[in-house]
Each structure stands twice: as C-alpha cells, then as structure tokens.
Design a binder for this molecule. Structure first.
Ligand code: HSE
Length: 447
C-alpha cells in the first residue's frame, strides 16, 4: 500500500524528534499502522538545520505554504508553535483537505472552536495528543480507554517547568527566584518563562482536556489561572509539617446540581494546591507530569510520564500519525470526532466562576501575638460558616511591628465556597493585628 505522506512544518526540538523516531522505528511503525508513514517534505525557515536533519530523505524548503499545497501530502504536522503563523497554516492545511497533527496547545485552546469547525466542514482530522502532557497518552486514554465512563474530575501536573521549580523549592528550601534560575540553567524553563510560571501553559492543556472529558467547547478565556510566582518557601515548609505537598494542579471537574444553574457546570482552574503527601501525585517530582482521572466505572486512574522533550513529544505526534494511517484505510464517515463527542452531542455547560468553586483552604496569617487574636480569627471564620480542620502556630518572634511579638498562624479549613472564604479573608485582613497579606492556597484531597 502507498505510504502516508507527511509534510512537517517546523524542524525544531519536537520536529527533529519526530523525524528521528519515525526513521529509527520505521519498520515497527509500518507494521502497526498497516502502511509506511513517510515525512517527505520539511519546511523550516532555517533550511540548513532542516537539511541536516533530512539528510536527503525529505525535500526541504523555507516555504511552509508550498508544502501544504502539494497534492501528494496527506497529513500536515504543525510543530511551529504560537498562535500567529501556526493558526494560518493549520487553517490553510484544513482548507486544502489535509489532516493535521499538532502539538500546539495554545493554538487549540484559544482558536480550537474555529479550527475544529473548519476541520468538520472539510471532513479532516485535527489530532493533538502531543499538545497535552507530552508523551503521556492522556487524550487517547480519555477518548478510547475510558470512553465507557462518565468522567467526574481530572487533576494533573501538566507543566514540567513549574513542577521542577516546586520540587527544588521543597527539597532544597530555596525561594522561587533561585529555583527558577536553576530551571533556566538546566534548560527546563524558557528565557521568558511567563507562560509556564503564570500557569497559562497548564491552563491551555486543561482547557483541551476538559473539552474532551465533558463534551464542552474549548473555553480557555473562562479558566481561572493562578501561577506559582507568589508562592513562598515558608508555605511549602508549613504545608509539609501538616502532611501536604504544594503542586501546581490543573483541575477540571463536573458539577451537577448547583443552585441557580439548571444545567450544571464545570470547573476549570489552575492554581497552587495542597495535596496530601501520601498521594502518588504528591510524589511526582522534577519535570515529570502526571494526570489523575476519576471515572464513574473505573474509579481513579493515574498516568505518569515525561511531559516535554524531543522524543516523548514525538511519541505522541507519531501515535496520531499511526491513527491517521489506520483511518485512511477505514470508513471516512466513522472517523473519531475531534473532541471525542459528535458535534450534535456537545453540551453547553458553563464554566463556574472561581467564587462558586468549593475547596478547602490553607491560610497563613502573620499576626501580632496578643490576647484574643486567635479567638477573633476563628470567630470570623465561624461567622462565615467556615469550619476549621487543623491549626498550627509557630512560637512568636519579636518583630518590627511596634515592638510586639509576631507569629505565623496556619489554618486548614474544611470545604467551603470560595466566595465565602474571600469575604472572610477581607474581614480578617482588616484586623489591626493581622500584619501582612494573608496567604491563601487551595487544598484538594484527590481521594
Ligand atoms: N513548557 C512545558 C512544560 C513543556 O514545562 O511542561 C511543553 O508543554
């Protein structure tokens, strides 16, 4: 059978990995796919780099559009990244009737509705296993292995850079800036690491996962996103004393009956989170990724692996190419739809505002060590209907605040609605005995 012909746009880290792995495992991949998958054309502005990679086995050009326009190309692999030129090229490839494989989470999280609609119109597939958690086949797990389940929630460490930084902060007791510098020195973080450390990269990925899990449109703009830049090593240490680790979790959850919302809703949020130290996911260290999925039939499942890097990401890109090779020989009317749900079955569930999300909380309050402070704090929590789970108070130190001793009070709460906590925090913050901005970190038991 004739090979599937692939046009590769972008010969950077992942493009190189894809080309190398396809060549190295060519025979095995051919047997699995039922036909050869051949990268016949590579487009990259750096033609010297692309030519060195192709080594005569593929045609090289700086003009991506000329690759898309070639009639013999069946699949376009977009590994350029970003939401500018990549968006135009993906839409052009779809318009030319080509299937698309991409690792571009930002593109799909922001322009997914437009791109999937265009693909549906043309009857082509846009596959994106590599866009979420690199080498972990989480998209296929959700669409295929777990397809019998009603997904209840997903919680994941899906940004390796921030997990590396948090691991270093905890293990070495260093602060955020030092850990970030270390991540940059080792090549984990970009020179401009803002997408990673502000939680945006994880939110792009969570947006895609929530669309697949719950059959809702991609709606990145409605995600609640909080990164790790404000996280202090003191809070990591206090959390540890209480039996927790702090992880940057991406969480999406189904919420059924909620007052005032007839159709239910979903949660879509990324923020630092206290996780019981005994949970497997709390022990995922360094740049590794892990995703927990709770399905009604299967229970809790955990997927762990490398979320970035040349060959782990190539592994996911090639898995999509193999799927496409199989589909090309199957009935085109029964292609797996883009977001795992047929368009008519998509639901219009709203994304809950963060004020309506229910979690428990870690609070750290720096207070003057005078009589009645604790009683006032616990009184405010009680007035707002918030129940305390645990407390920790450090021995007082003499501070600069008018000569009074100051101390850290750590409070863990039971579950409460975020909006209620926000009001209670405002009341506590207004007390003259609360000496610094109150630190609030959400907590999930993930049981
Ligand atoms: N910057 C990402 C991370 C890698 O640190 O996980 C690819 O998504």
């Amino acid at each position: 059978m004739k090979p599937i012909q692939v046009g590769l746009l972008g010969a950077g880290v992942v493009g190189t990995g894809t080309f190398v792995v396809l060549q190295r495992n060519q025979e095995e991949i051919r047997r699995r796919a039922g036909r050869e998958i051949r990268i016949s054309h590579i487009a990259d502005l750096d033609t010297e780099r692309a030519s060195a990679l192709a080594a005569g086995a593929a045609e090289v050009t700086a003009d991506a559009r000329s690759v898309i326009a070639r009639p013999e190309i069946d699949v376009v692999v977009e590994l350029i990244g970003g939401t500018g030129v990549a968006r135009s090229l993906v839409l052009e490839a779809i318009a030319a009737g080509k299937h698309v494989v991409t690792a571009n989470k930002a593109l799909l999280a922001i322009h997914g509705t437009e791109i999937f609609a265009a693909a549906r119109e043309k009857g082509v597939v846009v596959a994106f296993e590599a866009a979420v958690a690199g080498g972990i086949p989480i998209i296929k797990a959700l669409r295929e292995g777990l397809t019998a389940n009603r997904i209840e929630w997903i919680a994941g460490i899906i940004n390796g850079t921030t997990n590396f930084i948090l691991s270093e902060m905890r293990a070495r007791g260093i602060d955020f800036a030092q850990a970030l510098a270390e991540a940059q020195r080792l090549g984990y973080a970009e020179a401009d690491p803002s997408f990673d450390i502000e939680g945006i990269d994880a939110a792009h990925k969570a947006t895609l996962v929530s669309a697949i899990a719950f059959g809702v449109p991609v709606q990145f703009a409605k995600a609640y996103v909080e990164g790790i830049t404000q996280l202090q090593s003191a809070d990591i240490a206090y959390a540890e004393q209480l039996g927790y680790r702090i992880k940057l979790l991406a969480i999406t959850k189904r919420r059924d009956a909620i007052e005032g919302r007839s159709a239910g809703a979903i949660e879509l949020r990324v923020h630092p989170t206290l996780v019981p130290a005994k949970r497997l996911i709390a022990n995922v260290e360094g740049a590794m990724n892990a995703v927990l999925v709770q399905g009604d039939a299967v229970g809790t499942t955990l997927y762990y692996g490398k979320g970035a890097g040349a060959e782990p990401t190539a592994s996911a890109v090639i898995a999509d190419l193999v799927d496409l090779a199989r589909l090309a020989t199957a009935d085109p009317d029964h292609r797996v739809p883009h977001l795992a749900f047929q368009p008519a079955a998509m639901q219009d569930l709203s994304v809950l505002p963060i004020d309506e999300v229910v979690t428990s909380f870690y609070l750290r309050l720096q207070v003057a060590d005078v009589a009645g402070v604790l009683a006032r704090l616990t009184g405010i929590l009680a007035e707002h209907g918030i129940s305390i789970d645990a407390m920790l108070q450090r021995p007082a130190e003499i501070g600069a605040h008018e000569g009074a001793a100051r101390t850290d009070v750590i409070i863990l709460t039971h579950d409460t609605v975020e909006g209620r906590m926000t009001k209670a925090m405002a009341a506590m913050q207004a007390l003259p005995t609360v000496l610094a901005r109150i630190v609030r970190i959400r907590k999930e038991d993930l049981g």
